[in-house]
Design a protein around this ligand. Structure first.
Ligand code: SF4
Length: 354
């Protein structure tokens, strides 16, 4: 069965979606599974995965069966380690299409028994050259240079690789990481001189060449595709049904949004989805908060919906946290809204009015 975490509101299942790719059938399987077995919502994570919360006690087995039949659970042994991001506009713009590489990496990863030992936090990212995944914090980032070559980066150390060998090199890096880490180290960045030691172990000559950074895909049209922000990354049953009705496929992004083929925006806006870059919801995120997390000091999502218009002021992203762990916080600078039991701190200052 799919491993399920016990949260304060019941079972919490994380469904890995390598490359973010979901067929409309798979989206509908997730939607109906959450309605039948969980709280009805689909949460989009900062790793482009989907979570179902509040699973009833007999939910995990039934959910596993449904996911397996939909092709969403190809490997029980490797489910936890199938953490693969791909640029969401891959194949939809003029850059190199990294999605086939993401699919090949997923298959090859699942076929290596030893790599089931990777920590669940270990992350691969395939950037199509747009730079949108450079800030993803991936352990292994591969960025397209052209149709022949890519830059493979482990933190600040990089090597150039041919696409034809890229999957093998990524897996070799993962294997080498398992050899150099100790049991308390979950990411390459946590291992002293980890990048250098791994590349040296593989006989690869590291350079200081850095990947080119770019911006995340913002809500709105992008050539033949439309990016749609999901407020607080939580798809309601109505919103998931609408997506399943209008799109043939969706791609889950790491920015609490989805990319889908171009469709009319009015039906999406009518159910509360965001299709323009100027909405205040594009930059707002929140952790689970109450009632889902036992550590939470507030219902941060409920409060975010009530208070958000006041906050959007200087272009920074806004993140609401139910406690100091700040789960799901965005990379880079953000307005830090922290529950402290009797209210909130906003960037460290007490917000009395709330
Ligand atoms: S930040 Fe705290 S309250 Fe929010 S989900 Fe994480 S542990 Fe729970």
């Amino acid at each position: 069965m799919l491993a399920v975490h016990q949260a304060a509101d019941g079972g919490l299942a994380r469904v890995r979606v390598p490359g973010g790719l979901l067929s409309v059938t798979q989206l509908d399987v997730l939607r109906s599974a959450s309605l039948d077995l969980g709280d009805g919502r689909l949460e989009l994570t900062s790793r482009g995965n989907v979570q179902i919360r509040a699973l009833r006690p007999d939910g995990p087995r039934e959910l596993s069966d449904r996911l397996f039949q939909a092709g969403l659970l190809p490997s029980l042994t490797h489910e936890r380690v199938r953490n693969i991001l791909a640029s969401p506009l891959s194949g939809l713009d003029s850059r190199y299409d990294v999605l086939p590489v993401a699919t090949a990496l997923d298959r090859a990863l699942c076929a290596r028994p030893g790599l089931a030992e990777l920590p669940g936090r270990f992350l691969f990212a395939l950037d199509n050259g747009s730079g949108d995944l450079v800030a993803s914090g991936a352990d292994v980032l591969v960025q397209a240079i052209d149709s022949r070559e890519a830059l493979l980066s482990l933190g600040t150390r990089s090597v150039r690789v041919d696409w034809s060998s890229s999957v093998e090199v990524m897996l070799a890096v993962a294997s080498a990481f398992l050899e150099v880490r100790d049991s308390a180290e979950w990411r390459i960045a946590e291992v002293a001189d980890g990048s250098e030691r791994i590349l040296e172990r593989l006989g690869l000559q590291a350079t200081d060449e850095l990947p080119t950074a770019g911006a995340p895909v913002e809500a709105g049209p992008h050539g033949p595709a439309l990016a749609v922000t999901v407020p607080l990354g939580s798809l309601t049953p109505e919103q998931a049904l609408m997506l399943a009705e209008v799109a043939e496929w969706v791609r889950v992004t790491p920015w609490r949004s989805v990319v889908l083929p171009t469709v009319a925006t009015e039906p999406l806006e009518a159910v509360g989805l965001i299709t323009t870059p100027d909405s205040i919801w594009n930059g707002v995120t929140a952790c689970a908060g109450r009632p889902g997390c036992a550590k939470a000091l507030a219902d941060v999502r409920g409060d975010a919906q009530r208070i958000v218009p006041e906050l959007v002021r200087d272009g920074r992203r806004v993140h609401w946290s139910g406690c100091e762990r700040r789960c799901g916080k965005p990379a880079g600078g953000f307005v830090d809204i922290l529950a402290v039991g009797n209210g909130y701190l906003v960037d460290g200052a007490v917000k009395e009015k709330w």
